[in-house]
Write a protein that binds this ligand. Structure first.
Ligand code: HEM
Length: 494
């Protein structure tokens, strides 16, 4: 069926060539090749003016590269910053036109800032005490440079997932082997992460290895949007649907790889080791360690600031699918947190996600995919059923991702600590289930709309939906159990 003509909207430039040598562009853009990874492999070393930053970062981890205990082992990181680090904001300014370099500076200053603020909590945690309070003032030699390079790169002046801890924090041992897992090492670490076999390294590098597959995901989204573009020639409905199904197939295959890599987390990063390095990736917002925020000396008239912590919630793959598939989230305070997370990412990722949400709605992507009321006969009917099955399988990948996530949260966090909030500041028991149950409810609705088990979508879809039914029941019971154990209200959780 031909789509009605739509009013034009501004195009979004998705790169095919990531132009790795162009320093005038931000490190993070969106491409069909590297997806949401930075345009080039991250810059490892800083210019000579920042030798002291390098020196402190090298001495900082609980276990340094040589295997010797570092500043965070002894709890002397804060003193070293105050004694040795000058305010290098002028040097930051000198490189203001080199955006990838600004990103490297942002990464490195954000490591220093988080280690500085959370060091006292780490020392208490190691001594089996509650976290207590973090430092509530960031000294000027950290506050001014991080504020400036974050401003230049478009980040918040606090450690973020993409720009710092995860996606701008890997280096290749051998450039020829590229992004193969065993060829990756961390550039910076808090705990044992400079050892590639450590749980901290595994935690970060699994994220990178998943996002490595996001290029075909982005390409698939663009193919589907193109197939339904107002300018596309819709006088050949079969070729339009074939092109659309091709896009969905590319997205599905990318997500199968992403979820396959995610499953490796269990082996590469141990559930019992997570809580010891995670202390350093907590944020300020909604955390007991910073009840009054943090004063950044010399910034914001010395009035306290707060930011959410580093979290995979700021990865862009699942939000891309949420927006493209038009997955409805419940109107709960928990969903407000999800929306807030959407602002903690590179500017181009943010704009792309917003653009896809708008275009998916404007071009009627979901309506086209499900084709309710359309003829189900002949080749057209076969192609329509293929679209519907692919749509359900894609939703299933989002479910699979979020279900595994819930299992991670249970094994790495709920069974290890009673701290009520995750690093990003979301409530640990109810937040992930808010989205997971929304996806499963949406899947059940779509499946009913397209005829359920009688809709001719094949055995795979029947099995997927049986699993959804079992997991929905299981999730409700588990969440109720954890809520009761921890005295948390389940209200607000869909
Ligand atoms: C041991 C492994 C992991 C643990 C314990 C974990 C933990 C969490 C927690 C607690 C949240 C809640 C948000 C917050 O921080 O406040 C979250 C959200 C999220 N994380 Fe992870 N995470 C893990 C691995 C990953 C990986 C490998 C990715 C890959 C990109 C990822 C992507 C996400 C996403 C997309 C969300 C938002 C979920 C949603 O929208 O429903 N996480 N994670």
């Amino acid at each position: 069926m031909a789509s009605p003509p739509l009013s034009p909207s501004l195009p979004f430039e998705v790169l095919d060539d990531t132009k790795p040598a162009d320093n005038s562009l931000p490190a993070f853009m969106v491409s069909t090749t590297r997806g949401f990874l930075p345009r080039m492999d991250p810059i490892v070393s800083l210019p000579a003016e920042f030798d002291m930053v390098e020196s402190i970062l090298a001495r900082m981890p609980v276990k340094t590269l040589t295997g010797e205990p570092g500043l965070l082992f002894y709890g002397t990181m804060g003193d070293v910053v105050l004694d040795e680090l000058p305010d290098l904001t002028d040097a930051v300014e000198k490189y203001k036109d080199d955006l990838p370099m600004q990103n490297a500076l942002y990464r490195d200053y954000s490591f220093l800032a988080s280690a500085y603020l959370l060091e006292p909590c780490h020392i208490r945690f190691m001594n089996k005490q509650p976290y207590g309070l973090g430092r509530d003032r960031l000294p000027v030699q950290l506050a001014r440079p991080i504020a400036r390079c974050a401003e230049l790169c478009g980040f918040k002046p606090f450690m973020e997932y993409a720009g710092s801890y995860a996606l701008f924090n890997y280096k290749l041992v051998d450039p020829v082997q590229g992004l193969a897992y065993d060829n990756l090492r961390l550039i910076r670490a808090f705990e044992h992460g400079l050892d590639p076999t450590s749980s901290e390294a595994g935690f970060v590098l699994i994220h990178v290895s998943m996002v490595k597959h996001s290029g075909p995901l982005v390409a698939g989204v663009m193919s589907c949007l193109d197939a339904c573009a107002p300018t596309a020639n819709h006088s050949f409905p079969l070729s339009q649907r074939k092109a659309f199904n091709g896009g969905l197939t590319s997205m599905l295959s990318a997500m199968e790889k992403v979820n396959g890599v995610m499953e490796q987390m269990w082996k590469k990063s141990k559930p019992t080791s997570y809580t010891s390095f995670r202390t350093f990736i907590f944020g300020i917002t909604s955390q007991s360690m910073f009840p009054n925020g943090v004063v950044y000396e010399g910034i914001n008239d010395d009035k306290p600031l707060e930011f959410r912590g580093e979290s995979g919630a700021n990865d862009s793959m699942v939000p891309l699918l949420d927006n493209f598939l038009q997955i409805g989230m419940p109107d709960t305070p928990l969903t407000e947190i999800l929306k807030d997370f959407r602002s903690y990412r590179p500017g181009d990722h943010k704009r792309f996600l917003e653009w896809v949400a708008g275009e998916s709605a404007r071009r009627g992507i979901r309506k086209f995919a499900l084709g309710l009321g359309e003829s189900e006969d002949g080749e057209q009917g076969d192609l329509l059923r293929e679209s519907r099955a692919l749509w359900i399988k894609l939703m299933n990948q989002v479910r699979d991702f979020r279900w595994r996530h819930w299992c991670f949260a249970r094994e790495y966090i709920l069974k290890q600590t009673s701290h009520p909030t995750a690093t990003g500041g979301s409530p640990i028991v109810t937040w992930l289930p808010n989205q997971l149950s929304a996806v499963m409810e949406d899947m059940a609705e779509v499946y009913t709309q397209v005829g359920g088990s009688g809709g001719g979508l094949g055995k795979d879809c029947i099995e997927i939906m049986e699993l959804v039914e079992r997991q929905s029941d299981g999730l409700k019971k588990e969440v109720s159990k954890y809520c009761a154990e921890r005295g948390v209200k389940a209200a607000g959780y869909a």
